[in-house]
Write a protein that binds this ligand. Structure first.
Ligand SMILES: N[C@@H](CCC(=O)N[C@@H](CS)C(=O)NCC(=O)O)C(=O)O
Length: 79
Protein backbone atom coordinates (compact mmCIF):
# COMPACT_ATOMS: atom_id res chain seq x y z
CA UNK A 1 0.00 0.00 0.00
CA UNK A 2 1.25 3.48 -0.88
CA UNK A 3 0.31 6.93 0.32
CA UNK A 4 1.29 9.76 -1.99
CA UNK A 5 2.13 12.80 0.08
CA UNK A 6 4.07 16.00 0.47
CA UNK A 7 5.56 17.34 3.68
CA UNK A 8 3.81 20.67 3.01
CA UNK A 9 0.36 19.05 2.85
CA UNK A 10 -1.52 18.94 6.17
CA UNK A 11 -4.06 16.52 4.68
CA UNK A 12 -1.20 14.17 3.87
CA UNK A 13 0.19 14.44 7.38
CA UNK A 14 -3.21 13.60 8.83
CA UNK A 15 -3.61 10.36 6.90
CA UNK A 16 0.01 9.27 7.37
CA UNK A 17 -0.32 9.80 11.12
CA UNK A 18 -3.62 7.90 11.10
CA UNK A 19 -2.16 4.94 9.23
CA UNK A 20 0.77 4.83 11.65
CA UNK A 21 -1.51 5.12 14.69
CA UNK A 22 -3.87 2.44 13.40
CA UNK A 23 -1.00 0.10 12.55
CA UNK A 24 -1.75 -0.07 8.84
CA UNK A 25 1.50 -0.59 6.94
CA UNK A 26 1.82 1.98 4.17
CA UNK A 27 4.77 3.20 2.17
CA UNK A 28 4.90 6.99 2.01
CA UNK A 29 5.78 8.24 -1.46
CA UNK A 30 6.98 11.86 -1.62
CA UNK A 31 5.11 13.44 -4.50
CA UNK A 32 5.41 16.70 -6.44
CA UNK A 33 1.88 17.46 -7.65
CA UNK A 34 3.23 20.12 -10.05
CA UNK A 35 4.98 17.37 -12.03
CA UNK A 36 1.72 15.40 -12.52
CA UNK A 37 3.42 12.04 -11.92
CA UNK A 38 1.64 9.14 -13.65
CA UNK A 39 1.61 7.08 -10.45
CA UNK A 40 -0.32 9.83 -8.65
CA UNK A 41 -2.78 10.39 -11.51
CA UNK A 42 -3.47 6.63 -11.51
CA UNK A 43 -4.40 6.93 -7.83
CA UNK A 44 -6.27 10.22 -8.14
CA UNK A 45 -7.23 11.69 -11.53
CA UNK A 46 -7.56 15.08 -9.82
CA UNK A 47 -3.82 15.00 -9.15
CA UNK A 48 -4.25 15.93 -5.50
CA UNK A 49 -2.59 14.49 -2.45
CA UNK A 50 -3.04 12.60 -0.28
CA UNK A 51 -3.95 9.61 -2.38
CA UNK A 52 -3.74 5.98 -1.36
CA UNK A 53 -3.15 2.99 -3.64
CA UNK A 54 -3.53 -0.54 -2.32
CA UNK A 55 -1.39 -3.45 -3.48
CA UNK A 56 -4.50 -4.72 -5.30
CA UNK A 57 -4.78 -1.48 -7.28
CA UNK A 58 -7.66 0.07 -5.37
CA UNK A 59 -7.33 3.85 -5.47
CA UNK A 60 -8.65 5.89 -2.54
CA UNK A 61 -8.49 9.66 -2.46
CA UNK A 62 -9.65 12.65 -0.46
CA UNK A 63 -8.25 12.59 3.06
CA UNK A 64 -11.65 12.05 4.68
CA UNK A 65 -12.28 9.00 2.52
CA UNK A 66 -8.79 7.69 3.23
CA UNK A 67 -9.37 8.13 6.97
CA UNK A 68 -12.54 6.03 6.74
CA UNK A 69 -10.72 3.43 4.63
CA UNK A 70 -7.98 3.14 7.27
CA UNK A 71 -10.62 2.86 9.99
CA UNK A 72 -12.44 0.07 8.17
CA UNK A 73 -9.25 -1.83 7.40
CA UNK A 74 -8.25 -1.73 11.06
CA UNK A 75 -11.72 -2.58 12.40
CA UNK A 76 -12.30 0.79 14.02
CA UNK A 77 -8.84 1.70 15.28
CA UNK A 78 -9.51 5.38 14.55
CA UNK A 79 -13.16 6.10 15.27
N1 LIG B 1 -10.24 17.68 0.04
C1 LIG B 1 -8.92 17.16 -0.24
C2 LIG B 1 -7.94 18.32 -0.43
C3 LIG B 1 -6.61 17.84 -0.96
C4 LIG B 1 -5.74 18.99 -1.37
O1 LIG B 1 -6.21 20.14 -1.59
N2 LIG B 1 -4.44 18.71 -1.50
C5 LIG B 1 -3.49 19.72 -1.91
C6 LIG B 1 -2.28 19.72 -0.98
S1 LIG B 1 -2.74 20.08 0.70
C7 LIG B 1 -3.00 19.43 -3.31
O2 LIG B 1 -2.92 18.27 -3.71
N3 LIG B 1 -2.64 20.48 -4.07
C8 LIG B 1 -2.05 20.31 -5.37
C9 LIG B 1 -3.02 20.56 -6.50
O3 LIG B 1 -4.18 20.93 -6.24
O4 LIG B 1 -2.59 20.39 -7.65
C10 LIG B 1 -8.47 16.22 0.87
O5 LIG B 1 -8.96 16.36 2.01
O6 LIG B 1 -7.64 15.32 0.61
Amino acid sequence: MKIFYSTTSPYSTKVRMAAHYAGLPAESVATDTNADPAELLAANPLGKIPALMTDDGLAVYDSRVIMNYIDRQTRGALY
